[in-house]
Design a binder for this molecule. Structure first.
Ligand code: GLN
Length: 309
């Protein structure tokens, strides 16, 4: 495994066009695109890393996997009254479907869906308390108590978050929100601004690769059924309108973020964190996707089968 990912990291660093860093969040626009990291946590507890795997980056929408897991823990299947589980086929910040579908977002991973999930997990509590809970959960699954919110990114998002604010107010106009819109947005912007490295991410996803159980501690994080369902949502919706392309090329459940990270799950085998800040046109990490495609091909981990037998 070490030689496979060393080779992938070398190949990625040699590519000249590394994509464009997200510019609509000014703090993310400052990140050097010339960086790549990959970490692979196997279900037997071994962890492998290559590139700048200790460098922290903004996990952005990858945080939606953890907030969805928390929401399911608190409310179970009741969340599906407020959010759907179908791919949207639209960009992550799109508003068009919301009017037709009466303020019910297509899935928990587009922005409207994740803002709804933030409203659901708040249950009348202050953003500070909910964020402490989200952080506590992520630190627990990643086994790293130093994981924290990058306040600069959170403020940068807050200042330029007109689109997300529009989505939230539009949904609130249907009478769906249980908490004040500004507080829900504050919670959402802050959980998107959590900083992690690829090894944190790989470890944090292990429970999804191992039927809901963290294979290192032996603790059950979620039921096997829930892990399977979260993986299904990641496969179908985790890359927005690029989810089909990601399934076609990589063939693993995955969740991307505009910070350039991707968490991918190879059920029964491994959890993988990759990061490279340059994005493709859809807003998914360009080199991150390429690296996962190479890894899936070299290991035969695609859930759809191997390239050759
Ligand atoms: N795709 C993403 O990572 C988007 C998350 C970002 N915080 C936003 O709301 O726009």
């Amino acid at each position: 495994m070490q030689s496979i990912i060393d080779e992938i990291a070398r190949d990625m660093m040699a590519i000249e066009n590394k994509g464009e860093v997200a510019s609509y969040i000014p703090q993310l626009a400052k990140v050097d695109p010339n960086q790549f990291a990959i970490s692979v946590a196997l279900t037997n507890g071994e962890v492998y890393q290559a590139g700048c795997a200790d460098t922290l980056f903004s996990i952005q929408s990858i945080s939606k996997v953890f907030t969805l897991t928390l929401a399911l823990g608190k409310l179970g299947d009741n969340i599906w009254h407020r959010v759907g589980r179908e791919p949207s086929g639209d960009p992550f910040n799109s508003i068009v479907q919301l009017e037709h579908e009466h303020g019910k977002p297509r899935n928990p991973f587009i922005n409207a869906g994740a803002i709804t999930i933030a409203d659901l997990i708040m249950q009348g509590h202050a953003p500070k308390e909910v964020l402490a809970e989200i952080l506590h959960f992520i630190r627990y699954v990643a086994d790293d108590d130093s994981i924290a919110i990058d306040e600069k990114v959170a403020h940068s998002e807050l200042k330029t978050g007109a689109r997300n604010a529009s989505l939230a107010h539009f949904m609130a106009s249907f009478g769906h929100f249980e908490n004040p819109v500004e507080k829900v947005l504050g919670t959402y912007f802050h959980h998107c601004s959590i900083a992690m490295n690829t090894t944190n991410l790989a470890k944090a996803g292990l429970f999804l690769a191992n039927n809901g159980v963290n294979p290192v501690t032996g603790y059950t994080v979620v039921s096997a059924q829930r892990a399977k369902r979260i993986n299904a949502l990641m496969l179908m919706c985790g890359h927005y309108d690029g989810s089909g392309e990601f399934a076609f090329r990589v063939g693993l459940p995955g969740k991307s973020g505009v910070g350039g990270g991707i968490l991918a799950v190879a059920p029964g085998k491994a959890s993988i964190g990759v990061w490279s800040p340059g994005l493709d046109k859809i807003g998914n990490s360009k080199l991150g996707t390429m690296a996962l495609e190479l890894l899936a091909n070299k290991t035969g981990w695609s859930i759809f089968g191997k390239e050759s037998c």
